[in-house]
Design a protein. Structure first.
Length: 414
């Protein structure tokens, strides 16, 4: 009898549990709060000791100056003094007058000494304040330097480099917990994005293959000259439906790929991209009687040329297809202004209410139509254009044009 297989083991638990404090004495843990308390408390204590020492020395000097006699007796005869105090001459001066003048002089000398003490104390306080601020700034930068490392890693991750990790060393405090939690989050995100890319690759193969087979079979049957007319008409209908399904699959796959940041970037001229898109849409524009115009100036950006060409092609195709029956035009311009490359696509067409402009960028949404009712596309053109623009760090805006039509503005960083 075969042995019963053992049940699958539980997944490993995370190495850090925010709800459970680690160690037998969690209150002794060197947290940021305790470290900052000790740091700034010690700095305040040192600054206080220095300030008291300076004040003590200045006070001692002031007392020596304030208690010095303002006169000296020059000989033993009648009292004659050498003094800097006005009113003290010692010759022919009554005792009461002499004592009053001496007291006034001593009080004046003490006042000068106290003023000197105050001014020097203020200077010492200013000097210590400058030193304390400089030392505090340096120590705060040292304590908060792990946050800078976390921020730099997060910025690299924004560029879709999910292989980056903080791997913060140091004491087991709140910052290390934050860094470890961030690393665990990046691990999960990397696994999720890897699974998404694998799914997109598999879906690309699984969805394209049967559609390609159907197209081949339909084309083979349509090439038979002896096939009935009804069968040929049915084959053409099925072929058009199959082509529409292929476009939908390609659009969905491109939309899934373009949601991420572009890692490999190369110099791309928007003028060349727009010209290529116009060459592809020129035949359709001539068939519909739509005039194509506009000047395209040099505007070089860093990005993926194929995806940027898809932006221009989708915008131009929409401008051609959703146009007026007669006398319509599409204007395509490129320029570099204020550190940004701008692609501008304007066209004549039906009047678009301002409140419906945002809905045009949603997948499978069209003007007054959702999912069905149009043979002009699959409803993903503007969604793909917005997704690709975001992946390049830019944006796309649509503004209703006076008299009908839209003005599509794509801005990308140079």
């Amino acid at each position: 009898m075969a042995a019963t297989p053992a049940p699958p083991s539980a997944p490993p638990k995370p190495t850090w549990d925010p709800g459970q404090p680690e160690g037998p004495f969690p209150w002794l843990r060197p947290t940021i709060r305790i470290r900052l308390t000790l740091l700034y408390g010690g700095m305040f204590l040192i600054a206080g000791i220095l300030l008291l020492s300076i004040i003590y020395l200045l006070a001692a000097q002031a007392l020596r100056q304030g208690n010095a006699l303002p006169f000296t007796i020059v000989d033993g005869g009648p009292i004659r003094v050498s003094s800097s105090c006005p009113g003290v001459n010692g010759s022919g001066q009554a005792v009461d007058q002499f004592n009053a003048a001496i007291n006034t002089c001593i009080l004046e000398q003490r006042r000068h000494a106290l003023d000197d003490l105050l001014s020097r104390s203020l200077m010492a306080l200013m000097g210590l304040s400058i030193i304390a601020f400089a030392f505090g700034y340096a120590m705060a930068g040292r304590v908060l330097s792990p946050l800078g490392k976390i921020t730099r890693t997060a910025r690299r991750v924004v560029g879709s480099d999910l292989t980056r990790r903080i791997e913060l060393d140091g004491p087991d405090d709140e910052l290390k917990e934050l860094a470890d939690t961030f690393d665990e989050m990046l691990d999960r995100l990397e696994r999720a994005f890897t699974a998404q890319q694998r799914f997109v690759a598999n879906a690309s193969h699984e969805l394209r293959t049967p559609l390609a087979i159907n197209r081949t079979l339909l084309e083979v049957h349509l090439s038979d000259p002896g096939a009935p007319v009804e069968l040929q008409q049915l084959g053409k209908t099925l072929l058009a439906t199959n082509e529409r399904s292929e476009q939908l699959v390609e659009g969905l796959l491109l939309l899934a790929r373009s949601d991420n940041q572009i890692i490999e970037r190369k110099p791309v001229d928007l003028a060349e991209v727009a010209s290529r898109a116009l060459d592809q849409a020129r035949g359709e524009a001539q068939a519909k009687g739509v005039e194509i115009r506009g000047e395209r100036a040099l505007a070089v950006v860093q990005g993926n040329g194929v995806l940027l060409e898809r932006i221009a092609l989708n915008l131009v195709q929409n401008a051609v297809r959703y146009n007026v029956p007669e006398g319509g035009w599409v204007e395509v311009t490129t320029e570099a202004v204020h550190g940004q490359a701008v692609l501008l696509v304007s066209n004549t067409g039906p009047v678009v209410p301002a409140y419906e402009v945002d809905n045009l960028f949603e997948p499978f949404r069209r003007l007054r139509t959702e999912r069905t009712g149009s043979d002009k596309g699959v409803g993903l053109g503007l969604s793909i254009a917005r997704s690709v623009a975001r992946a390049h760090g830019g944006r796309i805006q649509a503004v209703p044009r006076e008299g009908g039509g839209l003005v599509m503005r794509v801005t990308l960083p140079l």
